[in-house]
Design a protein around this ligand. Structure first.
Ligand SMILES: [Zn+2]
Length: 448
C-alpha cells in the first residue's frame, strides 16, 4: 500500500519540488535493461554524440582540447572513437575546474558535490538535477532486482552522518522520512552502539538493509555473538567498499537473506549492480560509458583486468569524458541467465581498502576516513595502524593549513576511535607509493 502511495503521490510531489525526473528515467531503464546489446550500443552512441556536441560548444576545456588535437565533433561518432580523446585525471579536473563547467550550466540546477569513495583525496565537482535523477533511477532499478519496491522500509548503516557536528539538511531528513529510510551512522560502532542499533533496527523492521560491507559485517558478528536473530530483511545492499567473500558469508548467514553488492562511482556516473544470479555486476550502460584500459591506456581484452575510465552521459553541467576514476575492474563476455543484456563486470579490484580494527571493536575503513578528512586543508594523508591501539597519521599540508585543521580532524577521529587509542600526527612532505605504484592511504601493520 505504502509503495503505491510512494510511487503515485510522494515521489511525483517530491520530484516536482526538487525539479528531478527520477520516475521518468526509472520507467525507461526498466525497459532498456531487456534490450539487445546492439540496441543498447546504439542508445549509448546516440547519447555520446549529443554529449560531445554539447561539450565542444559549451565547455571551454573541451573546446580547447578538441582544437589542440585537431578534432571536430564528427570525429567522435561511437564509443570506440573515444580513444582519440585524452584521459581526464583528477589532477586535470582540479587545475581546470572552472573551464570544465558548461557555460550554460545555470539552467540545469547545478550543485557542488564531492567524492567520498575509495580514493583518499576528495574531488569536488558539479552535478545537476538531471544526472542525479538517472543516478537514483539506476539505483532503484538495481534494488528492484532484489525485490525492492519504492517506499519499502530500509535501514542504512553507513557514513550518512559521519561528521557529528553537521546535522543533515531538512530536505535530506524529509527524504529519509518519505522513503522510509532510517540512517545509522557507521561511525563509533563499538559494542555499546551496536546494542542500541540492534534494538532500534529490530523495532523498525526494515524490509532491506543497506550499508558499508565492513559495518554490516561487524554488526552481523555482534548480533551472532549475542544470539540476536530478530532482524530479518528480504535482502541486503552493500556499497562503497570491497565486499570480501567472508563478509558476504557472515552477513548472509546472520540475516538469512542474500547480499546484493553495488558498485557506484557517481563522480563518473558509473553504476554496476548484482542481480539475483550474483554472477557479476550489470553495468548501467544507459547512463555512462565504461572503458577498461591498460597502463598505456589501450583497451584490455575481455576478461582482463583494466583501469576504469568513465564518461557520464547525463552530467551536462560538468562533463567528464574518459575520467580515470581510480578503480580497476574486469569486464566479461558472459551472458547472464537472468535475461538482462546489460554487460557484466566480473569483479572490481580497486576498492580494497585495508580495514583497521581496534581492541574496543571499532573499525576504521577507507570511505570513513575520506569523509573525516573531507573539509581539511590537507594535500594527502596516510593512516597507519602501528600497533593494536596506536594510530599514526601522516599529513601533507595544503596551502593555508592551520592548527584548526589539526583540531578538526583530530576531534572527529578521536570521537570515532574512542579514548584508548593513541593517535600520533606526523607532518611530512612526501608519501611513498607502494611497489605497484599505488598510494595507500590506510595501512594496518597489525596481523589479525
Ligand atoms: Zn543478471
Amino acid at each position: 500500500m505504502y509503495s503505491i502511495i510512494a510511487r503515485h503521490v510522494l515521489y511525483p510531489v517530491g520530484e516536482a519540488f526538487l525539479g528531478t525526473r527520477m520516475l521518468k528515467y526509472l520507467k525507461e531503464l526498466e525497459k532498456t535493461q531487456w534490450w539487445s546489446p546492439e540496441r543498447l550500443r546504439e542508445l549509448q552512441n546516440d547519447k555520446l554524440r549529443a554529449l560531445i556536441k554539447h561539450a565542444y560548444e559549451n565547455v571551454p576545456y573541451y573546446h580547447r582540447t578538441f582544437q589542440e588535437k585537431g578534432l571536430t565533433v564528427n570525429d567522435i561518432q561511437a564509443v570506440g572513437d573515444l580513444q582519440k580523446l585524452p584521459v581526464l585525471t583528477k589532477d586535470i579536473i582540479r587545475k581546470n575546474f572552472s573551464e570544465l563547467l558548461a557555460k550554460n550550466s545555470n539552467k540545469r540546477r547545478p550543485f557542488l558535490n564531492a567524492t567520498g569513495g575509495s580514493t583518499g583525496e576528495p574531488l569536488k565537482y558539479y552535478i545537476d538535477a538531471e544526472a542525479t535523477s538517472i543516478n537514483w533511477a539506476g539505483t532503484f532499478r538495481g534494488w528492484k532486482w532484489a525485490g525492492y519496491k519504492l517506499g519499502d522500509q530500509r535501514a542504512t548503516l553507513a557514513g550518512a552522518s559521519l561528521v557529528p557536528d553537521k546535522p543533515p539538511s531538512l530536505i535530506k531528513r524529509l527524504r529519509w522520512l518519505g522513503e522510509r529510510d532510517r540512517p545509522f551512522s557507521a561511525v563509533h560502532i563499538d559494542n555499546e552502539k551496536m546494542a542500541l542499533y540492534a534494538d532500534k533496527i529490530s523495532a523498525f523492521k526494515p524490509a532491506f538493509l543497506r550499508g558499508y560491507p565492513s559495518a554490516l559485517y561487524s554488526f552481523a558478528n555482534y548480533l551472532r555473538k549475542n544470539n540476536l536473530r530478530s532482524i530479518k530483511p528480504k535482502a541486503i545492499f552493500t556499497t562503497a567498499e570491497m565486499l570480501l567473500p567472508h563478509y558476504r558469508e557472515i552477513i548472509e548467514g546472520q540475516f538469512g537473506c542474500k547480499v546484493f553488492d553495488n558498485y557506484g562511482c557517481y563522480d563518473g556516473g558509473l553504476q554496476a549492480m548484482e542481480c539475483t544470479e550474483h554472477n557479476g555486476y550489470h553495468i548501467s550502460v544507459e547512463k555512462a560509458v565504461m572503458e577498461f584500459v591498460d597502463k598505456d591506456r589501450n583497451p584490455v581484452h575481455l576478461g582482463e583486468s583494466g583501469e576504469i575510465l568513465a564518461t557520464d552521459l547525463h552530467n551536462y553541467t560538468m562533463p567528464f569524458i574518459r575520467y580515470a576514476v581510480g578503480d580497476m575492474g574486469t569486464l566479461c563476455s558472459e551472458q547472464c541467465p537472468c535475461g538482462r543484456r546489460l554487460p557484466l563486470m566480473k569483479s572490481i579490484e580497486g576498492r580494497t581498502s585495508d580495514i583497521i580494527v581496534f581492541s574496543n571493536g571499532v573499525t576504521l575503513s577507507g570511505p570513513a576516513l575520506t569523509l573525516m578528512f573531507k573539509d581539511c586543508r590537507i594535500k594527502q594523508y596516510q593512516v597507519i595502524q602501528e600497533a593494536k591501539d596506536k594510530l599514526v597519521i601522516k599529513v601533507i599540508k595544503a596551502e593555508k593549513y592551520s592548527d584548526s585543521d589539526t583540531d578538526h580532524f583530530l576531534k572527529i577521529i578521536r570521537a570515532h576511535v574512542g579514548k584508548n587509542v593513541i593517535i600520533e600526527i606526523q607532518f611530512i612532505d612526501d608519501i611513498p607509493l607502494t611497489k605497484a605504484g599505488k598510494w595507500k592511504f590506510i595501512i594496518s601493520k597489525v596481523n589479525e
